[in-house]
Design a protein around this ligand. Structure first.
Ligand code: ADP
Ligand code: ASP
Ligand code: MG
Length: 403
């Protein structure tokens, strides 16, 4: 007998019909003799709708209360799906994070998983019940509910698969696998049969929301057998694994991220320790910084430009302004109308012509690059937000349409 973790995303459980369909998939897996742990997201746009409700009341609501609110979405899904399984005569139970003992840090809205207790889930599995766990949520030391960051139900599922040493972790979604880029932007994007953990991690971190980036990180660390499949059609999806058969193409895919904003500190002193002071302040407030660029300005000054998540931009500016006297900068510029486009592939670093092809595609499309950033298997460019989709299309065409 195998243990299988099955996660269904928001669109897969968006209404009663879809819940019935999902329950059918779960029932089939269970009746084939497997132990099944199910992780569900909130239905459809529930999380966005709850955020809108909060904004109506208090746009600067605390992150703790936001988590209290947002975690209800997943609880609705697991309860409803359990009711449908009950109706079908499938023994099951739905559980929230605090009932499982799904322990996380206290960083509300971006909590990290610390430990998952196995006793409760194991005892339910031993009683031959399907266990439905609310995704996206955790519980901190104080017993308060936390959330794991947008898209975090994937991470809940992979973490459970790791802890219970599941044979398979299936991420059911509204596409039938991982594509060379978002098929909503490029309809002729190609489906990948398999992709390495490293490539998937970079794509997910650069905005391919088909998998939450931390879910891929965990899958790699704990060797979770991970698969992205369609919840609508019964056909093979994409396997995420350590090594894949190398294809001829030198990149695995193209990703975009329009959730970022750029902050520039202009006229800093050109002294040791300035960058440390700036980024230490931001990290103490749990603000993640992505692309960083330092350039020498006029008269022995320097500028430091970096990107943060859009939601963190105002807070980052407030913190830096509060320390203006200590940091001694002239002024701050911000821009939240930017986006990032990245190419990812393990073959990238052994072939420097790949980056040049990306820049050629942007040149041919008449798109200006603001900043460039690379990792071993990725090249990213920062662009005006309005150029992002066009950039994805032209870069994708350059690598996948031309031979
Ligand atoms: P779920 O609600 O199931 O978690 P998400 O909306 O989070 O689903 O993720 C699925 C979506 O990810 C797809 O509908 C697709 O538009 C988008 N996506 C972005 N990049 C890719 C990619 N490279 N391959 C497949 N889907 C992608
Ligand atoms: N419901 C949460 C979100 O919309 C978590 C998830 O879907 O994975 O971000
Ligand atoms: Mg998702």
């Amino acid at each position: 007998m195998s243990l299988i973790v099955q996660k269904f995303g928001g669109s897969s459980v968006k209404n009663a019909d879809r819940i019935r369909h999902v329950a059918g998939i779960i029932q089939k897996t269970y009746e084939a003799g497997n132990d099944v742990i199910v992780v569900l997201s909130a239905q459809g746009d529930t999380t966005d709708d709850l955020i809108a409700k909060a904004e109506e009341i208090n746009p600067r609501a605390s992150r703790r209360e936001m988590d209290m609110l947002l975690s209800t979405g997943e609880q609705i899904s697991v309860a409803l799906c359990a009711m449908e399984l009950e109706r079908r005569g499938v023994a099951c139970i739905s559980l929230a994070a605090w009932q499982v003992g799904f322990h996380s840090t206290s960083v509300h809205s971006d909590a990290r998983i610390l430990k998952i207790d196995t006793e409760r889930i194991q005892s339910e599995l031993d009683q031959h019940r399907v266990v439905l766990v609310a995704g996206f949520q955790g519980v901190d030391r104080a017993g308060d509910v936390t959330t794991l960051g947008r898209g975090g139900s994937d991470t809940s599922a992979v973490a459970l698969a790791a802890v219970f040493k599941a044979q398979l972790c299936q991420i059911f979604t509204d596409v039938d696998g991982v594509y060379t880029t978002d098929p909503r932007i490029v309809p002729n994007a190609r489906k990948l049969d398999e992709i390495t953990y490293d490539e998937m991690l970079e794509l997910a971190s650069q905005g391919a929301q088909v998998l939450h980036n931390r879910s891929v990180e965990l899958a790699k660390k704990y060797h979770v057998n991970l698969e992205v499949v369609s919840s609508l059609e019964d056909k093979p999806g994409t396997t995420v694994k350590e090594v894949t058969k190398m294809e001829k193409t030198n990149i695995a895919g193209v990703a975009k991220d329009t959730s970022i904003a750029r902050v520039a500190l202009v006229g800093l002193q050109h002294n040791p320790g300035v960058a440390f002071q700036v980024f230490d302040l931001l990290s103490k407030s749990n603000i993640n910084v992505d692309v960083i660029l330092q350039s020498i300005g006029r008269e022995e000054t320097k500028d430091i430009t970096f990107t943060v998540h859009k939601k963190d931009m105002d807070e980052a500016v407030d913190i830096l302004n509060e320390h203006k006297d200590a940091l001694k900068f002239d002024h701050i510029n911000t821009d939240d109308k930017i986006g990032k486009v990245s190419i990812v592939g393990v073959g990238l670093m052994s072939n420097c012509g790949v980056a040049a092809r990306m820049f050629e595609a942007l040149y041919e499309a008449g798109i200006n690059i603001q900043m460039i950033n690379t990792s071993e298997i990725r090249v990213s460019v920062l662009l005006n937000e309005t150029d992002v989709d066009k950039a994805v299309r032209s870069i994708h065409a350059k690598f996948f349409d031309e031979v």
